[in-house]
Write a protein that binds this ligand. Structure first.
Ligand SMILES: *[C@@H]1O[C@H](CO)[C@@H](O)[C@H](O)[C@H]1NC(C)=O
Length: 466
């Protein structure tokens, strides 16, 4: 990759004045977190049965998640079980969701993970089991049938949100999860969102998200609530998601649903387009968003035969997932890393950038205009923080062909003199004009910029006045 000095080339002269930049932060999420979860989710390899149903069990997954502690040095902590860990058609004596002990004994697995400083994630879908209608909700005389309407198409009922004991059924589940040592709950099939789901979901399950948030709070245990998928972005619903869920999926599944490869570049681009729409909605409505966008699992660790992505594309995925507030959940086969994948994921500069973007999600700033559209060659900015620090991403999304992508500081919405560090290229430059890179198709570059220090009479002046 060739970095060009725009000043020398005179490319910035006469650039149009861009709209001013509205900086947005994530802030604190509903469970009190100031940093997103990082780790692994089993659906990344389960979707196409690369991780077979037979191998989806505690013994095997323990070996997979051990790699989070060893190869990935504890930089990624979540061992997230997706669909299939629980009994699928009925609950326990109180109709509570229960683990399938032929596959996982969750309290035992959670305590194993905690002993390795890892986190236990589970997956659930809305509603109580149709087969549990005659069971009594724990601590009440109410039968499950009383809080239930018709089927939701998932062997479960549509909950009656106006029944006072519906909250109690959800509370009883959250209490049980807390007692098992669960750290993360993925609640799938939430509407509005989850479009074209092929099941029979009620049109508005947002009360269920609110009830889960309440139930988790009551347990006193910190448990992340991640909701899925492609949730409605209009303000009334966005308001509910951001005040009740710690993580909100922006798109449908990224998986190919073939055994291998797990995904491809077109699915990455679809996901990023949806992130762009999500963050534009967030920027329009909030200064502090209060929840993390989730881009589904990222594929960075495995070579192209497994991931479906070239090394340039894998680095681009990592750069964009970091930029999008750094909810970094791998979908890869953790047992088949390649050297490049390990180097990317354990890169200290990348992880430092992720600590910054955890609070400052990137937003699009189009080269040449500062607009926020999806462009085949685009630029993004995260921040700046009050210190002036920001992160910029330049990307060439075309499959083929090298392009020079240039964003002036005016385009990005900042001004002044900055020292900008190319996070993966490991080179710094000082500039007051902007950033530029020659990028192959699918290639991206991430810069971490801080105000340039100025030497005056032998003394260093930090944050020199502009
Ligand atoms: C609940 O009990 C009723 C009456 O005994 C019975 O007809 C029904 O099949 C039972 N339902 C379930 C889901 O067990």
């Amino acid at each position: 990759m060739l970095l060009l000095s725009l000043t020398k080339l005179g490319l910035l002269a006469g650039a149009a004045t861009a709209a001013s930049l509205k900086v947005v932060k994530i802030g604190t999420t509903p469970d009190g977190s100031t940093a997103p979860i990082r780790g692994w989710n089993s659906w990344g390899t389960q979707a196409g049965k690369y991780l077979s149903d037979a191998d989806y069990n505690e013994g095997h997954v323990r070996g997979i998640c051990d790699r989070l502690a060893s190869d990935l040095r504890g930089n990624y902590q979540l061992c997230g079980l997706d669909s299939g860990w629980s009994v699928g058609d009925h609950g326990d004596e109180y109709g509570r969701i229960n683990y399938d002990e032929s596959k996982f004994v969750i309290p035992r697995f959670a305590s194993y993970l905690h002993s390795k400083k890892l986190l236990m994630g589970i997956y659930i879908v809305p509603g109580a089991f149709l087969n549990d209608f005659n069971k009594t909700i724990e601590g009440t005389n109410t039968k499950i049938s009383e809080i239930c309407g018709a089927t939701n198409g998932l062997a479960r009922c549509r909950l009656k949100y106006d029944h006072p004991d519906t909250q109690k059924w959800i509370d009883s589940n959250a209490r049980q999860f807390a007692s098992w040592g669960v750290d993360y709950i993925k609640l799938d099939y939430i509407t509005p969102g989850s479009n074209d789901n092929g099941v029979d979901l009620p049109p508005d399950e947002s009360p269920e998200v609110q009830m889960w948030h309440k139930a988790i709070k009551k347990t006193g245990r910190k448990m992340t609530l991640a909701i899925s998928w492609k949730l409605d972005r209009t303000k009334p619903y966005f308001d509910i998601w951001r005040t009740n869920a710690d993580s909100v999926r922006v798109d449908q599944d990224i998986q190919s649903y073939s055994r291998t490869p797990f995904t491809d570049w077109s699915r990455v681009l679809r996901t990023l387009t949806n992130y762009l729409e999500w963050i534009n909605a967030a920027v329009a409505n909030y200064k502090t968003i209060g929840t993390h966008p989730n881009l589904d699992t990222m594929y960075v660790l495995n070579d192209g035969s497994l991931s479906g992505l070239s090394l340039d594309q894998r680095r681009s995925v990592f750069i964009h997932w970091i930029g999008a507030s750094a909810e970094l959940n791998l979908g890869d086969d953790l047992e088949q890393p390649d050297a490049e994948g390990l180097a990317l994921l354990n890169d200290g500069d990348a992880l430092a950038a992720a600590s910054f973007t955890a609070n400052y999600p990137m937003q699009p700033r189009n080269p040449g205009s500062g607009g926020n559209a999806w462009l085949a060659q685009n630029a993004w900015i995260a921040g700046p923080a009050p210190s002036g620090e920001f992160i910029a991403v330049l990307a060439n999304y075309d499959d083929a062909g090298t392009k020079t992508v240039s964003a002036s500081f005016g385009d990005l919405g900042v001004s002044g003199k900055y020292s900008c560090f190319d996070v993966f290229g490991k080179k710094s430059q000082t500039t007051s004009s902007g950033l530029s890179a020659s990028l192959n198709g699918g290639q991206s570059v991430m810069f971490r910029c801080t105000r340039a220090k100025r030497r005056v009479a032998g003394r260093r002046v930090v944050n020199a006045p502009r």
